[in-house]
Design a protein around this ligand. Structure first.
Ligand SMILES: Cc1cc2nc3c(=O)[nH]c(=O)nc-3n(C[C@H](O)[C@H](O)[C@H](O)COP(=O)(O)OP(=O)(O)OC[C@H]3O[C@@H](n4cnc5c(N)ncnc54)[C@H](O)[C@@H]3O)c2cc1C
Length: 254
């Protein structure tokens, strides 16, 4: 619908996939990971106890996707396939290192989230393929999370946002970090340099200052009527810092 509304697509034929049965589910695998059918409504995922218990960052961040009416209709697969670079769900998938199951009549393949998002509204989906399932590794094993975004009004697409995951040892040293930014480039993007800087380090002011600087330097956002690229770069660094602080101080993964 967004593509039609923006007149970016004028298809001769429109196929309604709403009634394909069996693509609307949230389940837990034997390994404790979460599988979500592509036609599952965003609101169902937000409210799911299974998701709240295993991936609280996903439940929390979904609360920032548009408004309740949008999430009642919008599907997880529709958001991922649409690939709006400001979409929260795509950035979450990148941070969680999700895998996507893509099916056609003749084949099935699994694509990881980092290889899936190719550009603005552009993905690795071939014309004859359907995204059928999203596979999300559970956030057990000591992961903590932080989620921050800046938008003009609640429910708007983010001007820039961040999903941060961090794993600390008993002494508060960062063992592992993932920082996924959205709204500040053609696709959601992992901040590898910043992740490397904080990994193996205490999460203190010098490290967080470096993360903010590295994220700002790395982002390459466009200017549009909502915000300038320079604003997005600066705010992106600041909210990456805040997300990591939030992850360190509050959010426990599971
Ligand atoms: C007013 C408004 C505000 C919004 N605000 C936000 C926001 O703040 N953050 C945010 O992230 N999103 C936001 N959205 C997007 C919304 O949450 C939905 O993700 C989006 O509209 C897609 O809806 P849909 O699931 O019905 O997919 P559709 O509109 O039906 O499909 C979107 C695209 O994906 C393709 N597609 C859909 N499902 C599949 C599949 N399984 N396999 C292959 N291709 C598929 C379709 O062909 C189409 O090209 C907003 C939308 C609206 C209308």
């Amino acid at each position: 619908m967004p593509l039609l509304n923006m007149r970016l697509a004028r298809p001769k034929v429109l196929v309604d996939i709403n009634k394909i049965s069996g693509l609307d589910y949230i389940s837990e695998t034997n390994e404790g990971n979460i599988s979500i059918g592509a036609l599952t409504r965003q609101r169902l995922i937000e409210k799911s106890t299974l998701v709240k218990d295993n991936l609280p960052v996903l439940s929390t961040a979904l609360g920032s996707v548009g408004h309740v009416q949008i999430r009642n209709r919008g599907t997880i697969g529709g958001s991922i396939s649409h690939a709006d670079p400001a979409a929260e769900i795509s950035a979450l998938c990148l941070a969680l290192e999700a895998e996507f199951v893509l099916k056609s009549l003749s084949s099935e393949r699994i694509v990881n989230s980092e290889s899936f998002f190719l550009g603005q509204l552009t993905t690795a989906l071939e014309p004859e393929e359907l995204l059928t399932e999203i596979r999300l590794p559970s956030l057990s094993d000591g992961w903590r999370w932080g989620f921050q975004e800046v938008c003009r009004r609640r429910g708007d697409f983010a001007l820039v946002g961040c999903v941060a995951l961090i794993r600390l040892d008993d002494n508060g040293m960062c063992q592992d970090a993932r920082i996924s930014m959205f709204g500040a480039g053609d696709t959601p993007v992992r901040m590898r340099e910043a992740e490397t800087r904080i990994s193996g380090s205490p999460v203190d002011s010098p490290a967080l200052d470096d993360v903010a600087r590295l994220v700002s330097e790395k982002l390459d956002p466009v200017s549009d009527i909502h915000a300038s690229g320079a604003y997005r770069k600066q705010v992106g660094g600041a909210i990456a810092r805040r997300s990591l602080e939030a992850a360190t101080n509050q959010g426990k993964g599971a």
